[in-house]
Structure formats: C-alpha cells, structure tokens
Design a protein around this ligand. Structure first.
Ligand SMILES: NC(=O)c1ccc[n+]([C@@H]2O[C@H](COP(=O)([O-])OP(=O)(O)OC[C@H]3O[C@@H](n4cnc5c(N)ncnc54)[C@H](OP(=O)(O)O)[C@@H]3O)[C@@H](O)[C@H]2O)c1
Length: 314
C-alpha cells in the first residue's frame, strides 16, 4: 500500500480508501452482510487505513456495518474514520439538512452506529441551500470543541462555498468526484491542495466501469447509482469510456494486472489526490484493488493513458 499526507492534518492515509456507499445496501448490487463485513476486514488487512461512510448510505445501514466490523475485529485504532452530515436518506430519497440542531443529533447517531466516541473526519456531504453556512458550520465547530469530531471537511462544494465555509470553521478536507472519466473538479482539487486540505477523490473506478466488467450498456433500476448518479453507463459516454477501458486492459495485461489497478495507479499518481475512495463489497474486490501498487506503470504507459483520457474528453 502507498500512503500519502492528508493535507495539513499531520495524518498519513492510504492512497486507496474503502468507500461504503454500496456496502450500505441501497443503489448498488446486493450481498450478504457477512460478505460486506469481511470486505471491511479485508480492507484493513490489506493496509487501507481510511474508511469513508455516511448516514445517507441507506439510512445508517453502512455506518452500522462499519461499526460492527471495527468492534468485532478490534480495528477502530487502525482506521481514520470518515463520515458525513447534512444529507440523509429518507423513504428512498436523499434529503439535505444542514440545520444545526440536526447536525448535532445526526453526529450522535453516527457515533452510536459506528460504536465509537470520536469521528476522525466529519464532512458536510452536500451544501444545503436553505440553511446559512454560519449556522451549519457553528454546529460543526461545536462538535470539534466537544471532542466528538477531530477534523472537518466538505464534499461537493464549489470554491466559493468552501471559501465561505472557511470563515466559520477550519476546513481540512475536500471530497469531490474525480477519476479518469470525471475530471471537472481537477482545478478545484489543485486549489484545495494548495490550501492544505486533504483531497479524497470519489468514484475513482467511475462507478465500476473502469474495471472492464461492463461490455454492453445494461439496464439498471431507477434508483441504482449506475443509472441515477454516474452518467457513463449510457450512450454516448459508454462507448467513449470503452475505448479508454481497452487501453487500461492492454497495459494492465502487460504486467499481469487488471484495469482497475491501472486506473487506481493513474489516479493515485495525481499530486492533488490524497486518497482514492473505492466502493467494493467483497474481499476479492478489495484484494484486487489494494494490489494496485504491486506493479508500476512505465513512463510510456502513463503517457498512453494520459492520451486516452484526453481522447475520452469526459
Ligand atoms: N461525497 C459524495 O457525494 C460521494 C458520492 C459518491 C461516492 N462517494 C464515496 O466514494 C466511494 C467510492 O465511489 P462509488 O462507490 O460511488 O464508486 P466506485 O468506487 O467508482 O465504483 C463502485 C463500483 O465498482 C465495483 N468494483 C469495485 N472494485 C471492483 C473490482 N475490482 N472489480 C469489479 N468491480 C469492482 C463495485 O462493485 P461491488 O459493489 O459489487 O463490490 C461497485 O459496483 C463510495 O463508496 C463513497 O464512500 C462519495
């Protein structure tokens, strides 16, 4: 495993982190809880030291599984535990809520589900346009003062929103979507890095499309994240991404590796990415992904991948 500085926090985080949106059990493929718990254990065994979760991942179900795994195998001290606030999953819908009283009560619920007394990093999941930032971030400051949260960050914020939030509270981390097929946040990632924030890229496998596991356009349920959240699973983007996947496959095959490993290596090599969040629900997937640094892309292969990424122009 490769470890990188997490902004100015003084913490080192694994360049691959475990994402738990799928593990929550809504919007992705279904597995038994024991399979999901084993994936969490495998992640820590393979050197992952950052787990990313959220109350919005199936209304607390992901946090509960993370809490169970950490307690069952005594792993809490090995993990930089990240969860979120300001966004909930109610009756199958994502609902933003940055009201200070809910930020405070939701944090207590997260602590209970995660079976811990401190959250290493609490992120505002999405900005709530209906609540002034000074109110939301005052609640976050309070949580830090009370020792319930160690660091505070934001996800899916614009630069203006981050600059405003910083007036009320120290912002130490930024979590945007960033991958070979989603580079719109690149400039903001560079800026956040210059500001000393840790950058957590999410969707680094493009929702799984960069693994080479999809060959044709498939139908997913309306609330499946591959239908609702990531746009690459439909044309015209699907065909554009397939060209890139072919290059990933050719290069990975030269090393006895996999396209997912090549994609993760490419993303982790960006100086403005502290960690790549990867959602994986089985031990086998976690083990494949965490072997990304067991081989290295050559300079020539990096150039080929850069060209393929530019050509995909996503
Ligand atoms: N802040 C935000 O707004 C936000 C938004 C999205 C995501 N996130 C975070 O970022 C994490 C990662 O993003 P994501 O989960 O949306 O997308 P992702 O990691 O790009 O892709 C997840 C998909 O890839 C599949 N996969 C993983 N490794 C694989 C492998 N080696 N071979 C084949 N398939 C593989 C997973 O399959 P299985 O499910 O079958 O294992 C799942 O279908 C999330 O879990 C969450 O923690 C945050």
């Amino acid at each position: 495993m490769l470890y990188k500085d997490f902004g100015n926090t003084g913490c080192k985080v694994s360049a691959i982190a475990l994402g738990t949106w799928g593990i929550g059990g809504a919007g992705w493929d279904t597995y038994d809880d024991e399979v999901r718990l084993d994936a969490i254990a495998a992640a820590v065994e393979q050197g992952i030291n950052l787990i990313d979760t959220a109350p919005a991942y199936n209304a607390g179900a992901a946090e509960k599984l993370v809490g169970t795994a950490l307690e069952r195998w005594g792993l809490r001290d090995k993990v930089f535990l990240t969860t979120k606030t300001g966004n909930e999953f109610i009756d199958g819908k994502y609902v933003r809520n940055g009201r200070p009283e809910r930020v405070l009560s939701l944090c207590q619920e997260s602590l209970d589900r995660l079976r811990t007394d401190v959250i290493d990093l609490l992120l505002v999941h999405w900005p709530d346009p209906n609540v002034p930032f000074n109110e939301t971030f005052a609640a976050l400051r309070q949580l830090k003062e009370e020792g319930k949260v160690r660091h505070i960050g934001v996800s899916n914020f614009s630069r203006e929103q981050m600059e405003e939030a910083r007036q009320y509270c120290q912002i130490e981390a930024y979590q945007p979507q960033y991958s070979m097929v989603s580079r719109k946040s690149e400039e903001l990632c560079r800026w956040a890095t210059e500001q000393g924030m840790g950058v957590m890229a999410y969707g680094t496998l493009g929702g799984g499309i960069l693994t080479g596991r999809y060959r044709t356009v498939q139908e997913f349920a309306p609330m499946d994240s591959r239908n609702r959240f990531y746009p690459f699973f439909k044309e015209p983007l699907f065909s554009q991404v397939m060209e890139l996947v072919q290059v990933l496959e050719q290069i990975a095959a030269e090393h006895g590796g996999t396209p997912a490993q090549a994609a993760l290596q490419w993303t982790a090599a960006r100086s403005f990415v502290s960690t790549c969040l990867v959602g994986a629900q089985t031990r086998a997937r976690v083990e494949e992904n965490t072997k990304a640094f067991d081989w290295s892309l050559t300079e020539e292969e990096c150039k080929r991948l850069d060209q393929a990424v530019e050509k995909a122009a996503l």
